[in-house]
Design a protein around this ligand. Structure first.
Ligand SMILES: CC(C)(COP(=O)(O)OP(=O)(O)OC[C@H]1O[C@@H](n2cnc3c(N)ncnc32)[C@H](O)[C@@H]1OP(=O)(O)O)[C@@H](O)C(=O)NCCC(=O)NCCS
Length: 149
C-alpha cells in the first residue's frame, strides 16, 4: 500500500521493528514484553500461515497486527483465521490505522483460504470491542471457560 499523510505504508513486520513495536506495546498495554515479541517474531519467521504486519508513517512504526490461519487450535479448522494481537500508537489512534492493518491482514488471509476470522476481546475492553464491532465482528461460536486452580 502506498504511503500518504493520512495513509501509512502497511508492510511485513521485520526483526528491526522490534524496539518500536515494544515501545507501542508499552503505551497500549502498560508493560514491556520484549521476550514475548522476540518469541512472536521467531514463530512468524518459521510459519508461513502466520502473518505479521506493521503500519509505517515517515519511517516510524505506528501500529502492528498479528494473525494467521488456524492450525486446529481448540478444534478450529483451517478456513478460520485468528487475529491475536493488534495495537496502534495512541498518538495515531482514530486515524484509520488499525482499519488499514486489518484490511491488509484480511486480504492476505482470504488468499490462503480463510473465510471467517476469530478473535478474543476482554468483555470490558470497550475500545477494542468498538473497533471490532466497527469492522463487522459479531459474537461468535466459541465459549471461553475458566477454572481457578
Ligand atoms: C483498538 C485500536 C487497535 C484501534 O486502533 P485505531 O487505529 O485507533 O482504530 P481506527 O482509527 O482504525 O478505528 C476504526 C474504527 O473503530 C472504531 N474505534 C476505534 N477506536 C475507538 C475508540 N477508542 N472509541 C470508539 N470507537 C473506536 C471506530 O468506529 C473507528 O472508526 P471512526 O474513527 O471512523 O469512528 C487501538 O485503540 C489500540 O491499539 N488499542 C489498544 C489495543 C490493545 O490493548 N492491544 C493489546 C495487545 S492485543
Amino acid at each position: 500500500m502506498a504511503e500518504s499523510p493520512s495513509r501509512p505504508n502497511i508492510r511485513a513486520m521485520a526483526r528491526s521493528d522490534l524496539d518500536q513495536i515494544v515501545a507501542i506495546d508499552v503505551k497500549v498495554l502498560g508493560k514491556p514484553r520484549p521476550d514475548y515479541w522476540e518469541m512472536k517474531l521467531d514463530i512468524v519467521e518459521k510459519h508461513q500461515q502466520i502473518s505479521s504486519l506493521v503500519a509505517e508513517l515517515d519511517g516510524k512504526v505506528i501500529g502492528f497486527i498479528i494473525g494467521g490461519a488456524s492450525r486446529w487450535e481448540y478444534g478450529v479448522p483451517e478456513d478460520i483465521g485468528w487475529i491475536d494481537t493488534i495495537g496502534v500508537d495512541p498518538e495515531y489512534q482514530r486515524m484509520g490505522i488499525a482499519k488499514a492493518l486489518f484490511a491488509e491482514m484480511t486480504n492476505g488471509l482470504k488468499k490462503i483460504g480463510v473465510n471467517t476470522i476469530y478473535t478474543f476481546v476482554k468483555r470490558r475492553d470497550w475500545r477494542l470491542l468498538k473497533f471490532f464491532d466497527s469492522m463487522g465482528f459479531q459474537p461468535g461460536d466459541m465459549t471461553n471457560l475458566e477454572l481457578d486452580i
